[in-house]
Design a protein around this ligand. Sequence first.
Ligand SMILES: [Zn+2]
Length: 329
Amino acid sequence: MRQIRMLLFIAALAALNGCAGPNNIRAGIDPGNASPVSSQSIAGVMVSKKIPTAKIRPVADTSSAFRGDKLIALTFDDGPRPYVLFGSKESNRGPGLVDILDQNGVKATFFVVGWRLTPKTWGEPRHEENIGVSCVDAAEQLIRRGHELEDHTYSHLELRSAEKKNGEQWVMHDVDRGAQAIKAVTGTQPRYVRPPDWILTDDARRDLQKQGYRVLTISQENPMALRDVNSLDYLCAGKAVGCPKPSLPDAVLQQIEQREKRSVYTHILAFHELSTTAAIMPRLITDLKARGYRFVTLTEYMKLIESKTSEPVKQAAMTKPPSVAALSR
Ligand SMILES: [Zn+2]
């Protein structure tokens, strides 16, 4: 009997060591993280964490604040594009993005463009297939299926140039107009804005934040957990010139590995509503799940990040605009 008790004690210790991975505070084994680490990065800030030695927390602790989650907020810009979301009717190009997300139990966040959410709009007629579903219908379905809609402006114009030409008020109005278009469909005021190409002047950023918007960024002045991971997926559309090697999912996983090396286990992934992007999602989602990641909407992501920090996460102003290839598509 004593021997059995001793064996149980050893097994419990082994489980404890196994669970002390970088982002796992509760007891339990995270297959992606077996090595003991005594600190974790929360919104890019190193927070020391004592590995418990005397007490084992029950595995069933579901309090998200104590889960030490490895999180992915999957985001898609530039839609709604019905033919990407629900599948093309031309040839057999595979399932639509929404079905792929549903099949994998993943809820995502869509940064949509306001002009698309006007009645009888089916997308850009010159480039986009009309599958008989309007952009508004597509947006409504996204909401019904548990996804989130956020603001990618009304016009999708590059906002720094637009500000130079039309003034800051025009920029503020363009973001607001995009938000209103979303609210008319969802009934909810969007809180997050991703400027096209992430380009925005400091003044406009500050003023949008004053109005209660949270502006998504790739600026290095922000904690890594709040910095978008630019998937570069737009380089894989069309002729795919410049598509990351060896493949888009591999390149995204490499970026995530680089962040993990800096003890960052929470990532906002920035993709676009593109058929080529939809096609890589099954593999990417499977790989990320195998690494222990959980998929959440952006709102949930931010809530979880903030719940891990003692004070609300603050955004730094962006002093230099990023130099990224134009994404205006
Ligand atoms: Zn865009």
